[in-house]
Design a protein around this ligand. Structure first.
Ligand SMILES: Cc1cc2nc3c(=O)[nH]c(=O)nc-3n(C[C@H](O)[C@H](O)[C@H](O)COP(=O)(O)OP(=O)(O)OC[C@H]3O[C@@H](n4cnc5c(N)ncnc54)[C@H](O)[C@@H]3O)c2cc1C
Length: 408
């Protein structure tokens, strides 16, 4: 409608779709244009390495909204459309093909893309990455064929695809330059717990090595060469070496970018009419007192709505405790906080970590800075409250299962 403000969202995935939903819930009645490169309507990615990859979750279950939700809420969802330019002086976004869409306020929720491994043989048939539903379908088809799988990277995607590949009956080797799994996310102590879980399910690790070449025959993968010079037989090579934020558009538009789009606690960029949310943002977290870029589902789920409220002029301070979950084999876990190496000086366990049911608390200077519950449920909110309190913690009480977490 002429005269009505137009709010444009670049990136039609979880953060973008949740932002559009919030704009409508909060009563915004201007235009909402949600533009995404993918042909699918917004969907959730966690099932792509778990239930959907394993053929257990139906395709319909992965979408953020029902097909007709967008029309019902007057959200102009443009699928298969890539934004190529943010023209700040004229307040327009340019689309591939030449069209332009005007905006009064803009949200960038362009997410992240898998880091590519630029090595000889890296483009052979059978070298796979995992980010989109199409990637998951290709990977599922490859794993159903069985055979040998080499995975480059023992991060979350590497380990979740390792678990799926074992469930499909494949031989699995994970090649990782660090000394243990999940090193950068959890540190060596808990990383080793996950490595042991996978070893007990028949996964082989080659720590301290990278994948330096993929070999093939007739255009198809036959093996992966490690940096130690050994060739491992492979029918499928999965590259899972992390993601890079899709911040190029923002940088070209002159917005401040440094490992993602820099935003303040209200998720506003260096341009007061442009906001960012989800994997692509590097946000100042007032609770932690520093900027963080979080590549997790809950951050997309919560920051999209927070950014939408900020676009509407509401007072927003995005101070959530980072939260992550995973499911691998029969292990389910949630982690609150960012227990990266160098950020803690002590770990206290409640329960026996060998038993597969325990809570781990990471402490720095006597306070809990992160916590993980493994096959123990309904405690993560209490762990988050402990982190928020910044109180000195008694390690004996932390370790004692008879002391309720709410009494710590
Ligand atoms: C396989 C997999 C499993 C995961 N499992 C877990 C898990 O168990 N737990 C957890 O906490 N997190 C998990 N994650 C992470 C979680 O899915 C992400 O944090 C989340 O998807 C981020 O959402 P987002 O909306 O910020 O960005 P994305 O989901 O990356 O979406 C960004 C969208 O923007 C589009 N886009 C980019 N540039 C443009 C452009 N110029 N124009 C138009 N559109 C554009 C992209 O095509 C994409 O659709 C997983 C991720 C993957 C890939």
């Amino acid at each position: 409608m002429p005269g009505q403000p137009s709010y444009v969202i670049i990136g039609a995935s979880l953060a973008g779709a949740k932002a559009a939903e919030t704009l409508r819930q909060e009563g915004f009645d201007g235009a909402v244009v949600l533009i995404g490169t993918e042909e699918e309507r917004p969907y959730e990615r966690p099932p792509l390495s778990k239930g959907y990859l394993l053929g257990k979750d139906p395709r319909d279950s992965i979408f953020v909204h029902a097909e007709d939700w967008y029309a019902e809420h007057d959200v102009d969802l443009r699928r298969g459309v890539t934004v190529t330019l943010i023209d700040r002086p004229s307040r327009r976004v340019g689309l591939a093909g030449g069209a332009a869409v005007p905006y009064d306020r803009l949200l960038i929720s362009t997410g992240a893309s898998p880091r590519r491994l630029d090595i000889r043989g890296g483009d052979l048939d059978g070298v796979l990455y995992l980010r989109t539903v199409g990637d998951s379908e290709r990977l599922g088809a490859a794993l159903r064929g069985g055979g040998s799988v080499v995975i480059a990277g023992a991060g979350w995607i590497g380990l979740e695809t390792a678990a799926a590949a074992r469930e499909y009956g494949c031989e699995v080797t994970v090649v990782e330059p660090e000394a243990t799994a999940l090193h950068r996310s959890l540190g060596p102590e808990l990383g080793e717990v996950f490595a042991d879980l996978h070893r007990s399910h028949g996964v082989t690790f080659r720590f301290g090595e990278g994948v330096s070449e993929v070999t093939g025959s007739g255009g198809k993968v036959t093996g992966a060469v490690t940096s130690a010079g050994e060739e491992l037989a492979a029918d499928t090579v999965i590259i899972a070496i992390g993601v890079v934020p899709n911040a190029g558009l923002a940088a070209e538009a002159g917005l401040e970018v440094d490992n993602g789009i820099i935003v303040d606690e209200a998720l506003r960029t260096s341009d007061p009419d442009i906001f960012a949310a989800g994997d692509v943002m590097n946000a100042f977290n007032p609770l932690l007192g520093r900027r963080i870029r979080v590549e997790h589902w809950a951050n997309a789920l919560n920051s999209g709505p927070a950014a939408a409220r900020s676009m509407l002029g509401q007072s927003v301070s995005y101070d959530r405790v980072p939260y992550f979950f995973t499911d691998q084999y029969d292990l389910g876990m949630e982690t609150a906080g960012l227990p990266e190496p160098g950020t803690y000086d002590e770990i206290v366990y409640r329960g026996d970590k060998e038993s597969g049911e325990f809570i781990a608390f990471w402490l720095a200077d006597g306070s809990v800075v992160a916590g993980m519950n493994v096959n123990v449920w309904d405690v993560n909110d209490d762990i988050q409250a402990l982190i928020r309190s910044e109180a000195l913690a008694d390690p004996d009480a932390l370790a004692d299962p008879d002391v309720p977490l709410t009494d710590l």
